[in-house]
Write a protein that binds this ligand. Structure first.
Ligand SMILES: [Zn+2]
Length: 305
């Protein structure tokens, strides 16, 4: 049984870097679906093949792993802004993208946008907006941690200039300084809840009180660094404690992500509502994540050892 009566979606989490304990805890906390954006892995890749294998794991192995813990996994595909600066490699990665963006469960092009706001980043950002428009997919925008306000404004300027629909673009890593402009211009405004610094969940509650729940999305962006894969359910609990109506909490921690990324045609509520539970006999290319353990039914919260 999931402990929470509310259902949650974490629409930005890098499970490749997380453990099976995280999956179990996320399931128990009420997370039913997640989106794993293609991103930087902490050190730059040096070969096209590394990107190819990574994209394959996002649409294959990681999706299987997630399913074994009762959570529906989707992903986004894209060349991140940091690695766009290796232009020789970036060219080769661009050749890979068209075949991956059409795969099942790919709900957006992302995370793309700016890091240091270089010329190369701008070039590959624009090329990938073009690709998203051709593939009719939403776009997930990573906004820079340095010079955030300017980088966020610039991202939206480029999207508008290239006639990308604001309603098809989610601008992520917002804060109090950027949210108003993002909402005013018609984009989705996502917030990453960081455990210690930047956007904490107390601040998120204040943002919600001020701006309401329309087009606001909460995520964890948990990855290989200090981060919290339970940031979405924890923030929801705090919102309820602070008197935010439950319908608003469901919008920002579930429904808005579904509406935004559901525009891909690849993500619908019935994917998890009609799920038949976990088939623990299922293998991925001959491999299981269960190592002899039988996660018989997470609905009973037990793992038979
Ligand atoms: Zn990320």
């Amino acid at each position: 049984m999931q402990n929470s009566t509310l259902r949650f979606i974490d629409p930005h989490i890098h499970m490749t870097s997380r453990t099976t304990d995280d999956y179990e805890a996320m399931y128990k906390a009420g997370i039913v679906a997640i989106i794993e954006p293609a991103f930087w892995l902490g050190q730059p890749r040096t070969e096209k093949g590394s990107f190819k294998d990574y994209f394959n794991s996002l649409v294959g192995w990681e999706r299987f792993r997630s399913k074994q813990f009762g959570i529906k996994h989707y992903c986004t595909i894209g060349l991140n802004s940091k690695e766009a600066n290796n232009e020789a490699l970036a060219e080769q990665v661009m050749d890979l993208l068209p075949r991956f963006v059409m795969k099942e469960g790919v709900v957006a092009i992302g995370e793309i946008g700016y890091d240091d706001q270089t010329k190369a980043e701008d070039k590959y950002f624009r090329l990938q907006i073009e690709l998203a428009k051709e593939a009719k997919l939403p776009i997930m925008i990573h906004t820079p941690h340095r010079d955030k306000k300017r980088g966020t404004t610039r991202s939206m300027d480029v999207l508008e200039e290239m006639k990308a629909e604001p309603y098809m673009s989610v601008i992520d890593h917002n804060n109090e300084e950027t949210v108003k402009e993002v909402l005013d211009r018609g984009f989705w405004a996502a917030f990453t809840i960081y455990p210690h610094t930047k956007m904490g969940n107390e601040r998120m509650v204040e943002v919600l009180k001020q701006y309401g729940p329309e087009r606001i999305i909460v995520d964890s962006a948990a990855d290989w660094g200090i981060s919290d894969p339970l940031a979405v359910p924890k923030t929801a609990a705090l919102m309820l404690e602070r008197g935010i109506p439950v319908e608003h909490v469901q919008m920002v921690c579930y429904q808005n992500a579904l509406t935004a990324y559901g525009q891909s045609g690849q993500m619908k509520e019935s994917d998890w509502l009609d799920s038949k539970g976990i088939d623990t006999t299922e293998l991925f290319e001959g491999n299981s994540v269960l190592r002899g353990q039988r996660l018989d039914s997470p609905d009973e919260n037990k793992v038979i050892k």
